[in-house]
Design a protein around this ligand. Structure first.
Ligand code: GLN
Length: 540
């Protein structure tokens, strides 16, 4: 019988519910259990694909092409749980399905209501992940207890123990215990209120994880236990981590959360196999060298907009025992100042994905600077498209070369709309999405990084490299290093004359893990380290 864990949050948003859920998934896997992860998001968008990164942060893409919440990125980085369309539901998707069924007459004349029809749809989405070989499904509920839009989801998960047995379910609630400097004390009242709200809905949490800035001590956890009607040992403090998010699971092990969950769910308690994670932490805590990578983007002041990119850079640093210092640069700032002013001294430049015209000129200037000064360059999706535009303008002399995304009637559309995008009018879920095969050219940097030539990577774009310009570009030194298996779509470009200039149409950042960095990120950071070393030797 598959067991279900529900993770809810209270007091404030951004408590790190996603990270905590992912950490629980990791710990259960390291105790020999098979885990599935899922996120329920109460907003009305059918998926986050149409939302601005300012609203939502990054859109995380899965192999099957689903555009999902960025917490799924944590799930993939921490666990081996396979993720698919079934792993992320929103209110919009739930209602879309209910309304479709109503139109098809599937409710047989009933008045269609939030309870039971919407709640049944939510329950089905959760229970659908239970399979004979799955020990535990972890379902994280987005938002904060008390949000109006979260109510149908809470009602649905309240009902699940009635259906499958109390002993098969566990409710974990995450809250904040703020430290009030003026009072010199940690305050438990918001947690009490939050649990009170949950209990009003009919959910009694079994475990409380309290996020705190500093350790709060036994006295406070016992008080929380008493007031919230939770066993003393089931109040777990999760103190802010100094070095890295990858410390979170180890902190939870110290508080025996893994054993607690396993005991409460009556699962077999196997040994905890986590030595590799501990040694990873050693490397993270004690880097041997520093390397500075500039990320030039458009949503730079929003920390979550390029989440997986930043994580992947860190992973590559772990591999080389290096601390990656990320210099986040707003592309328009390059236009206002100059690439020299902002990029002098960096060891590598990464231009990530994006949409729309704002900041493009700044990105082009940054790429030109990196190309000419031999700074390792890594372009991703829009970053790749910009690299092609820059090369066409400044090396081929096609001064007005552009993407037709930014200049519809450009005389030289070196980046143009994908053929099957030309008739698309809807915005949601209509891009080229998900995993696609790609074949790398022998002797390229990319082929050397991957160590093999046939790869599969995830896409999310409408525009592509225009093959009409391939010959000209190759004659001038920018080559197609990877294409779709039939050779029609250019997926990777490189400049062989440059120490490390690789740009890809896909999103490698979705496939990097802390202990298995993505090969291109690892190669890029290695090239940046080499440049760093060469430069410091020159100055000695
Ligand atoms: N805007 C570009 C396109 O749609 C790039 C998309 C991206 O970077 N994800 O093709």
């Amino acid at each position: 019988m598959t067991k279900h864990i529900f993770v809810t949050g209270g007091v404030v948003s951004s408590l790190g519910k996603g990270l905590t859920s992912a950490s629980i998934g990791l710990l259960l896997e390291r105790r020999g259990l098979t885990v599935r992860m899922q996120k329920l998001d109460p907003y009305i968008n059918v998926d986050p694909g149409t939302m601005s990164p300012y609203q939502h942060g990054e859109v995380y893409v899965l192999d099957d092409g689903s555009e999902t919440d960025l917490d799924l990125g944590h799930y993939e980085r921490f666990t081996n749980s396979p993720l698919s369309r079934k792993s992320n539901y929103t209110t919009g998707r739930i209602y879309q399905s209910v309304i479709n069924k109503e139109r098809q007459g599937q409710y047989l004349g009933a008045t269609v209501q939030v309870v039971p029809h919407v709640t049944d749809e939510i329950k089905a989405a959760v229970l659908n992940l239970a399979e004979p070989d799955v020990d535990v499904v972890i379902t994280e509920l987005g938002g904060t207890v008390g949000d109006i839009e979260g109510l149908p989801f809470l009602e649905a998960i309240r009902q699940i123990p009635l259906e499958i047995g109390k002993e098969n379910c566990l409710f974990i609630h995450l809250t904040l215990v703020p430290y009030l400097k003026a009072a010199g004390e940690a305050k438990t009242k918001p947690t009490q209120h939050s649990v009170g709200q949950l209990r009003q809905i009919g959910i009694q949490p079994d475990v409380l994880i309290v996020r705190t800035e500093r350790p709060i001590g036994r006295e406070h956890t016992e008080k929380i236990a008493l007031f919230c009607n939770v066993e003393k040992d089931a109040v777990i403090e999760e103190v802010d981590k100094e070095f890295s998010i990858y410390e979170v699971p180890l902190g939870l092990v110290e508080h025996k959360l893994d054993k607690l969950i396993i005991n409460k769910l009556g699962l077999p308690l196997n040994d905890l196999q986590i030595d590799d994670w501990r040694s990873l932490m050693q490397r993270i805590r004690h880097p041997e060298r520093d390397v500075t990578i500039a990320v030039v983007g458009k949503y730079i002041d929003h920390f979550d907009a390029y989440k997986s990119i930043y994580e992947s850079l860190d992973h590559a640093g772990f591999e080389h025992s290096a601390r990656v210092i990320i210099k986040r640069i707003e592309a328009e700032e390059i236009e206002r100042q100059s690439p020299e002013a902002l990029l002098k001294g960096v060891d590598g430049l990464l231009v990530p994905g994006g949409f729309g015209k704002r900041g493009i000129e700044g990105k082009l200037q940054a790429i030109e600077f990196a190309r000419q000064c031999e700074i390792p360059f890594f372009g991703i999706c829009l970053g790749m498209q910009c690299a092609v535009i820059e090369f066409a303008r400044n090396v081929l002399g096609l001064k007005e070369a552009n993407s037709s995304e930014f200049e519809k009637h450009t005389p030289d559309p070196v980046i143009c709309l994908l053929e099957d995008q030309k008739t698309v009018t809807d915005k949601g879920g209509t891009m080229r999405l998900g995993a696609e095969p790609c074949v790398l050219r022998e002797g390229t940097i990319s082929a050397a990084c991957y160590g093999h030539r046939e790869i599969s990577e995830r896409h999310r774009h409408r525009y592509e490299f225009n093959p009409d310009y391939l010959r000209q570009l190759e004659e001038h030194g920018m080559i197609a290093a990877g294409t779709s298996p039939n050779g029609h779509l250019v997926e990777v470009v490189e400049i062989p004359e440059h120490p490390w200039f690789v740009a890809v149409q896909y999103h490698p950042e979705f496939k990097s893990k802390p202990h298995q960095p993505h090969p291109l990120f690892a190669g890029f950071v290695e090239a940046a380290l080499t440049r760093h070393q060469q430069r410091s030797q020159q100055t000695v």
